[in-house]
Design a protein around this ligand. Structure first.
Ligand code: SF4
Ligand code: SF4
Length: 588
């Protein structure tokens, strides 16, 4: 048997390959992004970035209706975006298997909230598997496709950051053979969800969940690990690993399918113990359902509902241990606060917004870092695409003298994801705010994924490059201007003049992300600071460029210094310094 060390995300991709998936679609989102980036290693799978999560699910639904197996991957908040088709897909069911891998982010390492996607499984009446390591990530992906077709349902697989990004040994299998070829088959009674058809499908959905609960009680993915003592533990996912570490001797009911629950199995297990702990991250999802069965358990009354669990947190909560078990060797790791990269094209824009004292409604992407000091130029940030609608609402209720201060900022990818409708609404409802589209030609925050502005597909082939200016004009924006954000004085002046305009205007600040792999970015020699010219005014430090360092001098004024290993020669600091202290290094 061939083995490999795979991250959870690599294992999901491998599972898709072994399951015979024909199409995969996603919008990038940490911690799920690498699944699709690994899926493209399997050339038989037609994998693509979608413009948003709703579209990705709709594309997969189409493939499934055509008879092919289809995979969708998303981060937890992406399920909110795909919720509309999801709830109806639950009624139509599938033709080819359809699996949605959703990666939650407990502790919010890279997210705006901590929502627990298991609630969506219950809400949408869609079964959900929850793997506890990379082997299960692969095995459950295969199994999920089989279950999807056997029970005529979409199937969720829930991951979390630790499962997606941790590596463990995985036994690889062979791809399934003999799946039917995709072909058109009309079945409007099943696939056209008008009320008369939907009413017939709903009882089928309820029966399906009962059937799956019965089936799951007999399957190996829900297993009892016998131990000793009077404590029984019910758990799933990564929490299983932590529970095993803290209670190595205890008996454990490890659930692989967290919705629907195998109630008989749970009842029989719980009846054998004096104390039953339910150990799970985030919401008391299992706990509430088990309590509703009349079983007394201990869970969130002791364990934290917020953040990630760790063995130490479980030990402290359930056993009263004073200190957490150490999570690492004790070595001190220097703090590395998030920051825009050296040469980031957004830096000058936020410096300008700060100087203009704009009220900035922000959005999701690298540029959310404009919130942090020293730029400190973001006042709101809610979700993907919200900045424009937020700006519309706030400017419509403000007095005229304050209205002009409102500026929405949104990235190119986020604008295409869900900003266009907000802009259309802004024009249609005669609002008057300035919108800045920070166009860096890539979906940068998640690791530089292609999008319709980049002109390339996931697989790297050339694609039609969407024209943002034309889109803005098409929805009715009369004033659309494009500027290079490296020209910081011109950019600030343009923002100032557009803010004064009593109608909607869009500024597109266009400059590719410094980290784009393709050779679109010109790398320039680094800059240096002439210490004789530097007056220590610290104006350049207000940019927050990681390459600019402050050096204290004993008995003298400190000086600025450029770290030439970080500097990419963008020249923005040179424009900020009024004393001409920056110069360009000569490179042989
Ligand atoms: S802006 Fe110029 S003069 Fe002021 S601290 Fe920076 S390098 Fe020195
Ligand atoms: S040129 Fe200045 S602003 Fe640009 S990366 Fe170098 S130090 Fe930073």
């Amino acid at each position: 048997m061939k083995k490999a060390i795979l991250s959870g995300n690599e294992a999901f991709a491998r599972g898709a390959h072994e399951a015979g998936v024909r199409l995969a679609s996603a919008y990038p989102g940490t911690p799920s992004t690498e699944i699709l980036e690994n899926v493209i290693k399997y050339p038989e799978i037609d994998a693509s970035w979608a413009t948003n999560e709703k579209v990705s699910l709709e594309v997969a639904i189409g493939a499934s209706f055509g008879g092919a197996r289809a995979l969708v991957t998303t981060k937890h908040v992406g399920v909110n975006v795909m919720a509309d088709p999801l709830f109806t897909l639950s009624y139509t069911g599938v033709r080819g298997g359809l699996v949605i891998v959703v990666a939650d982010d407990p502790e919010m390492h890279s997210s705006q909230n901590e929502q627990d996607s298991r609630n969506y499984a219950k809400f949408a009446k869609v079964p959900m598997f929850e793997p506890a390591d990379s082997q299960e990530a692969l095995d459950f992906t295969r199994l999920a496709f089989e279950a999807s077709e056997k029970f005529d349902t979409p199937v969720f697989i829930r991951s979390t950051t630790r499962i997606s990004h941790s590596k463990s040994i995985v036994e690889l299998g062979e791809p399934v053979q003999g799946l039917p070829e995709p072909r058109l088959e009309r079945d409007p009674g099943k696939l056209v969800m008008l009320p008369a058809n939907a009413r017939k499908r709903h009882p089928m959905v309820e029966q399906r969940l009962r059937d799956m609960a019965e089936w799951s009680a007999t399957q190996g993915f829900n297993r009892v690990e016998e131990g000793s003592g009077e404590i029984g533990i019910i758990t799933a996912g990564v929490a299983y690993q932590y529970a095993r570490e803290v209670f190595p001797e205890a008996s454990v009911l490890k659930l692989g399918l967290v919705h629907p629950l195998p109630k008989g199995l749970i009842r029989d297990f719980a009846a054998r113990f004096k104390t039953v702990y339910v150990i799970e991250e985030l919401d008391p999802f299992l706990e509430e359902q088990i309590r509703a069965m009349g079983i007394e358990v201990l869970g969130k009354d002791k364990l934290p509902i917020c953040g990630e669990l760790t063995p130490g947190r479980i030990e402290a909560s359930l056993l009263g241990a004073k200190a957490e078990l150490p999570l690492h060797s004790g070595e001190v790791i220097p703090n590395r606060p998030p920051n825009m990269c050296p040469g980031c094209p957004h830096r000058g824009v936020f410096l300008g917004l700060n100087r203009l004292k704009a009220y900035v409604t922000g959005d999701i992407g690298c540029y959310t870092l404009g919130f942090l000091p020293p730029l400190s130029a973001m006042d709101t940030c809610v979700c993907m695409g919200a900045s424009i609608g937020n700006a519309t609402g706030i400017s419509r209720v403000l007095p005229p003298e304050e209205r002009s201060k409102v500026v929405a900022v949104i990235g190119d990818s986020t604008f295409l994801h869900s900003g266009i409708t907000g802009l259309m609404d802004m024009v249609y409802n005669k609002s008057a705010a300035t919108v800045i589209i920070l166009d860096n030609r890539i979906t940068a925050m998640t690791g530089r994924q292609e999008n319709p502005t980049s002109g390339f597909t996931l697989a790297g082939s050339e694609a039609y490059e969407v024209d943002l200016e034309q889109i803005c004009r098409a929805v009715g924006v009369k004033h659309v201007q494009v500027i290079d954000p490296y020209e910081i004085d011109k950019t600030r002046e343009l923002i100032r003049s557009e803010m004064a305009r009593p109608e909607v205007s869009v500024i597109i600040t266009r400059r590719p992300c410094m980290l784009i792999k393709r050779d679109v970015v010109e790398i320039k020699p680094p800059l240096y600071v002439d210490e004789d010219k530097c007056t220590a005014c610290k104006a350049c430090l207000k940019l927050g460029c990681p390459a600019i360092e402050w050096q204290d001098r004993e008995g003298a004024k400190g000086k600025c210094h450029v770290n030439k290993h970080l500097c990419v020669g963008c020249g923005v600091c040179e424009q900020v310094c009024k004393f001409g202290a920056f110069g360009v290094c000569h490179v042989e």
